[in-house]
Design a protein around this ligand. Structure first.
Ligand code: ATP
Ligand code: MG
Length: 454
Protein backbone atom coordinates (compact mmCIF):
# COMPACT_ATOMS: atom_id res chain seq x y z
CA UNK A 1 0.00 0.00 0.00
CA UNK A 2 1.36 3.41 -0.90
CA UNK A 3 1.56 6.07 1.78
CA UNK A 4 0.64 9.70 1.25
CA UNK A 5 1.49 12.40 3.75
CA UNK A 6 -0.89 15.35 3.74
CA UNK A 7 0.31 18.57 5.36
CA UNK A 8 -1.96 21.54 6.01
CA UNK A 9 -2.47 23.85 8.97
CA UNK A 10 -6.18 23.94 8.21
CA UNK A 11 -7.40 20.74 9.82
CA UNK A 12 -10.55 20.47 7.68
CA UNK A 13 -8.38 20.14 4.57
CA UNK A 14 -6.66 17.17 6.19
CA UNK A 15 -10.05 15.59 6.79
CA UNK A 16 -11.22 16.30 3.24
CA UNK A 17 -8.09 14.85 1.63
CA UNK A 18 -8.12 11.77 3.82
CA UNK A 19 -11.78 11.17 2.95
CA UNK A 20 -11.01 11.64 -0.74
CA UNK A 21 -7.82 9.58 -1.07
CA UNK A 22 -8.28 6.92 1.65
CA UNK A 23 -10.97 5.07 -0.33
CA UNK A 24 -8.61 4.99 -3.34
CA UNK A 25 -6.52 2.45 -1.45
CA UNK A 26 -3.76 4.71 -0.11
CA UNK A 27 -2.59 4.92 3.48
CA UNK A 28 -2.96 8.55 4.60
CA UNK A 29 -0.76 10.20 7.21
CA UNK A 30 -1.43 13.78 8.25
CA UNK A 31 0.52 16.62 9.84
CA UNK A 32 -0.68 20.14 10.59
CA UNK A 33 2.79 21.71 10.52
CA UNK A 34 6.08 21.40 8.64
CA UNK A 35 8.20 20.16 11.56
CA UNK A 36 5.92 17.19 12.27
CA UNK A 37 5.82 16.47 8.56
CA UNK A 38 9.61 16.31 8.39
CA UNK A 39 9.75 13.88 11.30
CA UNK A 40 7.32 11.63 9.45
CA UNK A 41 9.39 11.89 6.26
CA UNK A 42 12.48 10.82 8.14
CA UNK A 43 10.86 8.00 10.07
CA UNK A 44 8.25 6.49 7.78
CA UNK A 45 8.30 5.13 4.28
CA UNK A 46 6.37 7.80 2.47
CA UNK A 47 5.66 7.70 -1.24
CA UNK A 48 4.13 11.12 -1.79
CA UNK A 49 3.62 14.41 0.03
CA UNK A 50 0.78 16.81 -0.59
CA UNK A 51 1.46 20.03 1.22
CA UNK A 52 -0.15 23.40 1.61
CA UNK A 53 2.04 26.36 0.70
CA UNK A 54 1.12 28.89 3.37
CA UNK A 55 1.54 27.61 6.90
CA UNK A 56 2.69 29.24 10.11
CA UNK A 57 6.23 28.21 11.10
CA UNK A 58 7.84 26.23 8.33
CA UNK A 59 5.96 26.99 5.12
CA UNK A 60 5.40 24.63 2.21
CA UNK A 61 8.37 25.92 0.25
CA UNK A 62 10.76 25.32 3.15
CA UNK A 63 9.28 21.88 3.69
CA UNK A 64 9.83 21.15 0.00
CA UNK A 65 13.49 22.17 0.22
CA UNK A 66 14.11 20.11 3.35
CA UNK A 67 12.42 17.03 1.92
CA UNK A 68 14.44 17.29 -1.29
CA UNK A 69 17.53 17.32 0.85
CA UNK A 70 16.55 14.19 2.79
CA UNK A 71 14.89 12.22 -0.02
CA UNK A 72 15.52 13.92 -3.38
CA UNK A 73 13.30 11.57 -5.36
CA UNK A 74 10.21 11.77 -3.14
CA UNK A 75 7.44 13.46 -5.15
CA UNK A 76 5.74 16.50 -3.62
CA UNK A 77 2.52 18.09 -4.77
CA UNK A 78 2.02 21.69 -3.64
CA UNK A 79 -1.40 23.14 -2.86
CA UNK A 80 -1.78 26.86 -3.36
CA UNK A 81 -4.63 29.25 -3.07
CA UNK A 82 -5.47 31.53 -5.99
CA UNK A 83 -3.12 34.43 -6.20
CA UNK A 84 0.03 32.59 -5.22
CA UNK A 85 0.82 31.18 -8.64
CA UNK A 86 4.29 32.78 -8.58
CA UNK A 87 5.09 30.64 -5.58
CA UNK A 88 3.81 27.59 -7.40
CA UNK A 89 6.18 28.35 -10.26
CA UNK A 90 8.98 28.76 -7.77
CA UNK A 91 8.10 25.38 -6.26
CA UNK A 92 8.25 23.71 -9.66
CA UNK A 93 11.72 25.13 -10.12
CA UNK A 94 12.65 23.51 -6.84
CA UNK A 95 11.52 20.17 -8.19
CA UNK A 96 8.03 19.87 -6.81
CA UNK A 97 6.20 17.20 -8.82
CA UNK A 98 3.20 19.40 -9.56
CA UNK A 99 0.88 21.94 -7.98
CA UNK A 100 -2.86 22.23 -7.63
CA UNK A 101 -4.84 25.30 -6.80
CA UNK A 102 -7.35 25.44 -4.01
CA UNK A 103 -10.20 24.83 -4.18
CA UNK A 104 -9.34 21.79 -6.28
CA UNK A 105 -11.34 19.47 -8.49
CA UNK A 106 -11.46 16.03 -6.87
CA UNK A 107 -10.78 14.15 -10.09
CA UNK A 108 -7.89 16.37 -11.00
CA UNK A 109 -6.28 15.79 -7.62
CA UNK A 110 -6.70 12.02 -7.88
CA UNK A 111 -5.16 12.04 -11.34
CA UNK A 112 -2.15 14.09 -10.21
CA UNK A 113 -1.66 11.76 -7.23
CA UNK A 114 -1.74 8.68 -9.47
CA UNK A 115 0.80 10.23 -11.85
CA UNK A 116 3.16 11.19 -9.04
CA UNK A 117 3.02 7.73 -7.47
CA UNK A 118 3.54 5.99 -10.78
CA UNK A 119 6.53 8.15 -11.48
CA UNK A 120 8.01 7.39 -8.07
CA UNK A 121 7.43 3.64 -8.55
CA UNK A 122 9.36 3.76 -11.82
CA UNK A 123 12.23 5.62 -10.20
CA UNK A 124 12.40 3.05 -7.40
CA UNK A 125 12.22 0.10 -9.78
CA UNK A 126 14.92 1.56 -11.96
CA UNK A 127 17.16 2.13 -9.02
CA UNK A 128 16.65 -1.40 -7.72
CA UNK A 129 17.39 -2.78 -11.14
CA UNK A 130 20.55 -0.82 -11.66
CA UNK A 131 21.73 -1.56 -8.13
CA UNK A 132 21.12 -5.24 -8.72
CA UNK A 133 23.00 -5.10 -12.00
CA UNK A 134 25.92 -3.13 -10.74
CA UNK A 135 26.10 -5.25 -7.61
CA UNK A 136 26.13 -8.62 -9.09
CA UNK A 137 27.31 -8.63 -12.64
CA UNK A 138 28.97 -5.46 -13.71
CA UNK A 139 31.00 -2.51 -12.62
CA UNK A 140 32.13 0.07 -15.12
CA UNK A 141 33.16 -2.06 -18.08
CA UNK A 142 34.06 -5.01 -15.89
CA UNK A 143 31.94 -8.10 -16.00
CA UNK A 144 31.96 -10.77 -13.30
CA UNK A 145 30.05 -11.75 -10.21
CA UNK A 146 32.52 -14.06 -8.44
CA UNK A 147 33.51 -13.28 -4.85
CA UNK A 148 36.96 -11.99 -5.88
CA UNK A 149 35.41 -9.64 -8.44
CA UNK A 150 32.86 -8.39 -5.91
CA UNK A 151 35.79 -7.58 -3.66
CA UNK A 152 37.51 -5.75 -6.50
CA UNK A 153 34.32 -3.72 -7.14
CA UNK A 154 34.07 -2.85 -3.45
CA UNK A 155 37.62 -1.55 -3.30
CA UNK A 156 37.29 0.31 -6.60
CA UNK A 157 34.18 2.03 -5.32
CA UNK A 158 35.88 3.05 -2.09
CA UNK A 159 39.11 4.31 -3.62
CA UNK A 160 37.69 6.06 -6.68
CA UNK A 161 36.91 9.19 -4.69
CA UNK A 162 40.28 9.39 -2.96
CA UNK A 163 43.60 10.26 -4.54
CA UNK A 164 45.57 7.47 -2.91
CA UNK A 165 48.05 5.63 -5.09
CA UNK A 166 46.93 2.16 -6.00
CA UNK A 167 48.94 -0.80 -7.18
CA UNK A 168 47.01 -3.40 -9.16
CA UNK A 169 48.68 -6.77 -9.50
CA UNK A 170 47.65 -9.97 -11.21
CA UNK A 171 48.60 -12.19 -14.13
CA UNK A 172 48.51 -10.89 -17.67
CA UNK A 173 45.07 -10.38 -19.18
CA UNK A 174 43.12 -10.32 -15.91
CA UNK A 175 41.77 -6.80 -16.45
CA UNK A 176 44.22 -4.60 -14.55
CA UNK A 177 43.93 -1.71 -16.98
CA UNK A 178 40.15 -2.03 -16.95
CA UNK A 179 40.23 -1.67 -13.16
CA UNK A 180 42.47 1.38 -13.39
CA UNK A 181 40.00 2.98 -15.80
CA UNK A 182 37.07 2.11 -13.54
CA UNK A 183 38.84 3.92 -10.69
CA UNK A 184 39.54 6.98 -12.82
CA UNK A 185 36.10 7.21 -14.41
CA UNK A 186 34.37 6.52 -11.09
CA UNK A 187 36.00 9.46 -9.35
CA UNK A 188 36.13 13.25 -9.39
CA UNK A 189 38.86 13.30 -12.05
CA UNK A 190 36.70 11.58 -14.65
CA UNK A 191 36.45 14.63 -16.90
CA UNK A 192 40.21 15.05 -16.93
CA UNK A 193 42.62 12.81 -18.87
CA UNK A 194 43.43 9.17 -18.14
CA UNK A 195 46.94 8.76 -19.51
CA UNK A 196 48.79 5.46 -19.53
CA UNK A 197 52.36 4.49 -20.18
CA UNK A 198 53.96 1.10 -20.42
CA UNK A 199 57.12 1.29 -18.34
CA UNK A 200 58.40 -2.02 -19.65
CA UNK A 201 58.27 -1.29 -23.35
CA UNK A 202 60.72 1.62 -23.68
CA UNK A 203 64.41 2.17 -23.15
CA UNK A 204 65.44 4.20 -20.13
CA UNK A 205 66.08 7.42 -22.09
CA UNK A 206 62.89 7.18 -24.09
CA UNK A 207 60.85 6.39 -21.02
CA UNK A 208 62.25 9.39 -19.19
CA UNK A 209 61.35 11.81 -21.97
CA UNK A 210 57.95 10.15 -22.38
CA UNK A 211 57.24 10.61 -18.66
CA UNK A 212 58.60 14.10 -18.14
CA UNK A 213 58.74 15.54 -21.66
CA UNK A 214 61.72 17.31 -23.22
CA UNK A 215 62.73 20.73 -24.42
CA UNK A 216 63.66 21.54 -28.00
CA UNK A 217 67.22 20.39 -28.68
CA UNK A 218 67.49 18.36 -25.45
CA UNK A 219 69.02 15.52 -27.42
CA UNK A 220 69.60 14.57 -31.04
CA UNK A 221 66.21 14.24 -32.63
CA UNK A 222 64.43 16.50 -30.13
CA UNK A 223 63.38 18.92 -32.85
CA UNK A 224 60.55 20.44 -30.84
CA UNK A 225 59.43 20.75 -27.25
CA UNK A 226 57.30 17.80 -26.17
CA UNK A 227 55.15 17.50 -23.08
CA UNK A 228 55.49 14.35 -21.05
CA UNK A 229 52.73 12.09 -19.73
CA UNK A 230 52.88 13.71 -16.30
CA UNK A 231 51.99 17.06 -17.83
CA UNK A 232 49.33 15.57 -20.08
CA UNK A 233 47.75 13.87 -17.07
CA UNK A 234 47.56 17.08 -15.04
CA UNK A 235 44.45 17.06 -12.82
CA UNK A 236 43.76 13.56 -14.12
CA UNK A 237 45.27 10.12 -13.68
CA UNK A 238 48.54 8.62 -14.82
CA UNK A 239 48.54 4.84 -15.19
CA UNK A 240 52.02 3.35 -14.91
CA UNK A 241 51.63 -0.05 -16.54
CA UNK A 242 54.26 -2.74 -15.89
CA UNK A 243 55.77 -0.47 -13.28
CA UNK A 244 57.88 -3.37 -12.00
CA UNK A 245 59.96 -3.14 -15.17
CA UNK A 246 61.00 0.45 -14.59
CA UNK A 247 64.80 0.90 -14.80
CA UNK A 248 66.44 1.64 -11.40
CA UNK A 249 67.73 5.11 -12.36
CA UNK A 250 64.24 6.20 -13.30
CA UNK A 251 62.80 4.74 -10.11
CA UNK A 252 64.72 7.38 -8.17
CA UNK A 253 63.43 10.20 -10.38
CA UNK A 254 59.90 8.90 -10.26
CA UNK A 255 59.99 8.76 -6.47
CA UNK A 256 61.04 12.40 -6.26
CA UNK A 257 58.29 13.48 -8.64
CA UNK A 258 55.69 11.49 -6.73
CA UNK A 259 56.74 13.14 -3.49
CA UNK A 260 56.77 16.69 -4.76
CA UNK A 261 54.62 16.60 -7.89
CA UNK A 262 57.29 18.78 -9.47
CA UNK A 263 59.84 18.08 -12.21
CA UNK A 264 61.76 19.55 -15.12
CA UNK A 265 61.45 18.46 -18.74
CA UNK A 266 64.53 16.67 -20.07
CA UNK A 267 67.01 19.37 -21.10
CA UNK A 268 64.97 22.05 -19.33
CA UNK A 269 65.41 24.15 -16.20
CA UNK A 270 61.90 25.37 -15.54
CA UNK A 271 60.14 23.49 -12.76
CA UNK A 272 56.70 22.26 -13.68
CA UNK A 273 54.12 21.49 -11.02
CA UNK A 274 51.30 19.05 -11.62
CA UNK A 275 48.43 17.40 -9.79
CA UNK A 276 48.32 13.81 -10.90
CA UNK A 277 46.80 10.72 -9.38
CA UNK A 278 48.98 7.66 -9.78
CA UNK A 279 47.67 4.20 -10.50
CA UNK A 280 50.09 1.44 -11.37
CA UNK A 281 49.99 -2.17 -12.41
CA UNK A 282 52.31 -5.11 -12.61
CA UNK A 283 52.01 -8.76 -13.44
CA UNK A 284 55.16 -9.46 -11.47
CA UNK A 285 55.26 -9.71 -7.74
CA UNK A 286 56.98 -6.43 -6.95
CA UNK A 287 57.47 -7.44 -3.33
CA UNK A 288 59.85 -10.16 -4.52
CA UNK A 289 61.66 -7.58 -6.65
CA UNK A 290 62.01 -5.37 -3.59
CA UNK A 291 63.46 -8.29 -1.63
CA UNK A 292 65.83 -9.01 -4.51
CA UNK A 293 66.94 -5.38 -4.59
CA UNK A 294 65.66 -4.75 -8.13
CA UNK A 295 62.85 -2.43 -7.08
CA UNK A 296 63.23 0.42 -4.60
CA UNK A 297 61.37 -0.21 -1.38
CA UNK A 298 60.50 3.48 -0.82
CA UNK A 299 58.96 3.71 -4.28
CA UNK A 300 57.07 0.48 -3.70
CA UNK A 301 55.42 1.90 -0.57
CA UNK A 302 54.57 5.13 -2.40
CA UNK A 303 52.83 3.26 -5.20
CA UNK A 304 51.26 0.61 -3.02
CA UNK A 305 49.19 2.69 -0.59
CA UNK A 306 46.29 0.46 -1.54
CA UNK A 307 46.75 -2.89 -3.21
CA UNK A 308 44.29 -4.61 -5.52
CA UNK A 309 45.08 -8.19 -6.41
CA UNK A 310 43.24 -9.69 -9.37
CA UNK A 311 43.12 -13.48 -9.32
CA UNK A 312 43.58 -15.52 -12.51
CA UNK A 313 40.42 -16.51 -14.36
CA UNK A 314 40.69 -20.20 -13.39
CA UNK A 315 40.25 -19.15 -9.76
CA UNK A 316 36.94 -17.46 -10.50
CA UNK A 317 35.01 -19.90 -12.68
CA UNK A 318 31.78 -18.19 -11.60
CA UNK A 319 32.70 -15.36 -13.97
CA UNK A 320 33.12 -17.63 -16.99
CA UNK A 321 29.48 -17.78 -18.19
CA UNK A 322 29.00 -14.02 -17.78
CA UNK A 323 32.21 -13.20 -19.61
CA UNK A 324 31.42 -15.67 -22.39
CA UNK A 325 27.98 -14.15 -22.92
CA UNK A 326 29.40 -10.65 -22.71
CA UNK A 327 31.99 -11.31 -25.42
CA UNK A 328 29.55 -13.24 -27.61
CA UNK A 329 27.19 -10.27 -27.57
CA UNK A 330 30.03 -7.84 -28.25
CA UNK A 331 31.43 -9.71 -31.25
CA UNK A 332 28.05 -10.89 -32.54
CA UNK A 333 27.03 -7.25 -32.88
CA UNK A 334 30.37 -6.30 -34.46
CA UNK A 335 29.92 -9.07 -37.00
CA UNK A 336 26.24 -8.29 -37.55
CA UNK A 337 25.22 -11.88 -36.73
CA UNK A 338 22.00 -13.22 -35.20
CA UNK A 339 21.75 -15.02 -31.87
CA UNK A 340 24.55 -17.45 -31.06
CA UNK A 341 24.48 -20.36 -28.61
CA UNK A 342 27.16 -22.74 -27.41
CA UNK A 343 27.04 -26.52 -27.56
CA UNK A 344 27.23 -28.31 -24.18
CA UNK A 345 30.72 -29.69 -24.99
CA UNK A 346 31.95 -26.18 -25.67
CA UNK A 347 30.61 -24.98 -22.32
CA UNK A 348 32.38 -27.85 -20.61
CA UNK A 349 35.68 -27.01 -22.32
CA UNK A 350 35.39 -23.33 -21.46
CA UNK A 351 34.83 -24.27 -17.82
CA UNK A 352 37.66 -26.76 -17.52
CA UNK A 353 40.34 -25.01 -19.57
CA UNK A 354 43.04 -23.39 -17.44
CA UNK A 355 43.05 -20.00 -19.26
CA UNK A 356 46.74 -19.12 -18.94
CA UNK A 357 46.06 -15.87 -20.86
CA UNK A 358 43.06 -15.14 -18.65
CA UNK A 359 40.23 -12.85 -19.82
CA UNK A 360 42.21 -11.55 -22.79
CA UNK A 361 42.63 -15.12 -24.05
CA UNK A 362 38.95 -15.82 -23.52
CA UNK A 363 38.01 -12.70 -25.43
CA UNK A 364 40.18 -13.84 -28.35
CA UNK A 365 38.77 -17.38 -28.26
CA UNK A 366 35.20 -16.09 -28.34
CA UNK A 367 35.89 -13.52 -31.04
CA UNK A 368 37.43 -16.19 -33.22
CA UNK A 369 34.54 -18.59 -32.58
CA UNK A 370 31.94 -15.96 -33.40
CA UNK A 371 33.70 -15.08 -36.66
CA UNK A 372 34.17 -18.73 -37.72
CA UNK A 373 30.71 -19.84 -36.70
CA UNK A 374 27.96 -20.02 -39.27
CA UNK A 375 25.13 -22.14 -37.87
CA UNK A 376 24.27 -20.09 -34.77
CA UNK A 377 25.68 -22.77 -32.46
CA UNK A 378 29.34 -22.69 -31.54
CA UNK A 379 30.80 -26.19 -31.56
CA UNK A 380 34.24 -27.55 -30.72
CA UNK A 381 35.10 -27.02 -34.41
CA UNK A 382 35.12 -23.27 -33.75
CA UNK A 383 37.59 -23.51 -30.86
CA UNK A 384 41.37 -23.27 -31.13
CA UNK A 385 43.50 -26.40 -30.70
CA UNK A 386 44.77 -25.67 -27.25
CA UNK A 387 41.27 -25.83 -25.83
CA UNK A 388 40.41 -29.19 -27.35
CA UNK A 389 43.98 -30.43 -27.52
CA UNK A 390 46.17 -32.66 -25.43
CA UNK A 391 46.19 -30.54 -22.34
CA UNK A 392 45.83 -33.34 -19.74
CA UNK A 393 49.15 -34.88 -20.78
CA UNK A 394 50.89 -31.57 -20.34
CA UNK A 395 49.33 -31.11 -16.92
CA UNK A 396 50.78 -34.48 -15.85
CA UNK A 397 54.18 -33.42 -17.10
CA UNK A 398 53.89 -30.25 -15.14
CA UNK A 399 52.50 -31.49 -11.87
CA UNK A 400 53.84 -35.00 -11.35
CA UNK A 401 57.56 -35.47 -10.71
CA UNK A 402 59.16 -37.95 -13.15
CA UNK A 403 60.47 -40.43 -10.56
CA UNK A 404 57.23 -41.07 -8.72
CA UNK A 405 55.61 -44.55 -8.64
CA UNK A 406 52.58 -45.18 -10.82
CA UNK A 407 50.21 -45.61 -7.88
CA UNK A 408 51.42 -42.40 -6.20
CA UNK A 409 51.12 -40.51 -9.48
CA UNK A 410 47.58 -41.76 -10.01
CA UNK A 411 46.68 -40.77 -6.48
CA UNK A 412 47.97 -37.27 -7.07
CA UNK A 413 45.95 -36.97 -10.24
CA UNK A 414 42.89 -38.38 -8.52
CA UNK A 415 43.16 -35.85 -5.72
CA UNK A 416 43.51 -32.98 -8.20
CA UNK A 417 40.48 -34.14 -10.17
CA UNK A 418 38.42 -34.42 -7.00
CA UNK A 419 39.34 -30.95 -5.83
CA UNK A 420 38.67 -29.43 -9.22
CA UNK A 421 35.30 -31.16 -9.60
CA UNK A 422 34.23 -30.00 -6.14
CA UNK A 423 35.29 -26.46 -6.85
CA UNK A 424 33.46 -26.36 -10.15
CA UNK A 425 30.33 -27.75 -8.52
CA UNK A 426 30.48 -25.26 -5.65
CA UNK A 427 31.22 -28.13 -3.24
CA UNK A 428 27.95 -29.91 -3.96
CA UNK A 429 29.22 -33.47 -3.55
CA UNK A 430 26.47 -35.17 -5.57
CA UNK A 431 27.14 -32.89 -8.56
CA UNK A 432 30.89 -33.36 -8.33
CA UNK A 433 30.42 -37.14 -8.13
CA UNK A 434 28.19 -37.06 -11.19
CA UNK A 435 30.66 -35.01 -13.21
CA UNK A 436 33.37 -37.56 -12.37
CA UNK A 437 31.06 -40.47 -13.13
CA UNK A 438 31.23 -41.96 -9.63
CA UNK A 439 28.73 -42.41 -6.79
CA UNK A 440 28.27 -39.97 -3.97
CA UNK A 441 29.47 -42.48 -1.38
CA UNK A 442 32.62 -43.14 -3.41
CA UNK A 443 33.43 -39.43 -3.64
CA UNK A 444 32.94 -39.13 0.12
CA UNK A 445 35.24 -42.09 0.69
CA UNK A 446 37.89 -40.54 -1.53
CA UNK A 447 37.52 -37.12 0.08
CA UNK A 448 38.27 -38.73 3.42
CA UNK A 449 41.28 -40.50 1.94
CA UNK A 450 42.76 -37.25 0.64
CA UNK A 451 41.67 -35.18 3.60
CA UNK A 452 39.51 -32.89 1.50
CA UNK A 453 37.24 -30.86 3.70
CA UNK A 454 34.53 -28.67 2.16
N1 ATP B 1 36.20 -8.47 -15.92
C1 ATP B 1 36.27 -8.20 -17.22
N2 ATP B 1 35.15 -7.93 -17.92
C2 ATP B 1 35.19 -7.64 -19.23
N3 ATP B 1 36.32 -7.59 -19.95
C3 ATP B 1 37.47 -7.84 -19.32
C4 ATP B 1 37.51 -8.15 -17.92
N4 ATP B 1 38.80 -8.36 -17.57
C5 ATP B 1 39.51 -8.19 -18.68
N5 ATP B 1 38.74 -7.87 -19.74
C6 ATP B 1 39.19 -7.64 -21.12
O1 ATP B 1 40.34 -8.44 -21.32
C7 ATP B 1 41.35 -7.72 -22.02
C8 ATP B 1 42.59 -7.61 -21.15
O2 ATP B 1 42.35 -6.74 -20.06
P1 ATP B 1 43.47 -5.70 -19.53
O3 ATP B 1 44.21 -5.11 -20.66
O4 ATP B 1 42.81 -4.79 -18.58
O5 ATP B 1 44.38 -6.76 -18.76
P2 ATP B 1 45.76 -6.52 -17.99
O6 ATP B 1 45.60 -7.21 -16.68
O7 ATP B 1 46.08 -5.06 -17.99
O8 ATP B 1 46.77 -7.35 -18.87
P3 ATP B 1 48.39 -7.14 -19.05
O9 ATP B 1 49.02 -7.52 -17.75
O10 ATP B 1 48.71 -8.12 -20.12
O11 ATP B 1 48.60 -5.73 -19.43
C9 ATP B 1 40.76 -6.36 -22.35
O12 ATP B 1 40.24 -6.40 -23.66
C10 ATP B 1 39.66 -6.19 -21.34
O13 ATP B 1 38.64 -5.39 -21.85
MG1 MG C 1 47.66 -4.09 -19.00
Amino acid sequence: METILVVDDEKNYLVVLEALLGPEGYEILTADNGADALTLVRESDIDLIITDMKMPGMNGMELLEECKRIKPELPIIMMTAYGTIEMAVEAMKKNAFDYITKPFQNEQLKLTVRKALKNFRLIKENRLLSEALSDRYKYGNMVGKSKPMQRVYDIVEKVAKSRASILITGPSGTGKELIAKAIHYGGPRKDRPFISINCGALTETLLESELFGHEKGAFTGAIAMKKGRFELADEGTLFLDEVGDMPPALQVKLLRVLQEMKFERVGGTRTISVDVRILSASNRNIKDDVAAGIFREDLFYRLNVIHIEVPPLRERVDDIPLLVRHFIEKYRMDEGKGSIELSPEVWKLLYTYSWPGNVREMENVIERAVVLNSGGIITTEDLPEELIGKKPELEVERFIPPDVSLSKALEQIEEKLLRRALEQCHNVQSHAAKSLGITKSLIQHKMKKYNIVV
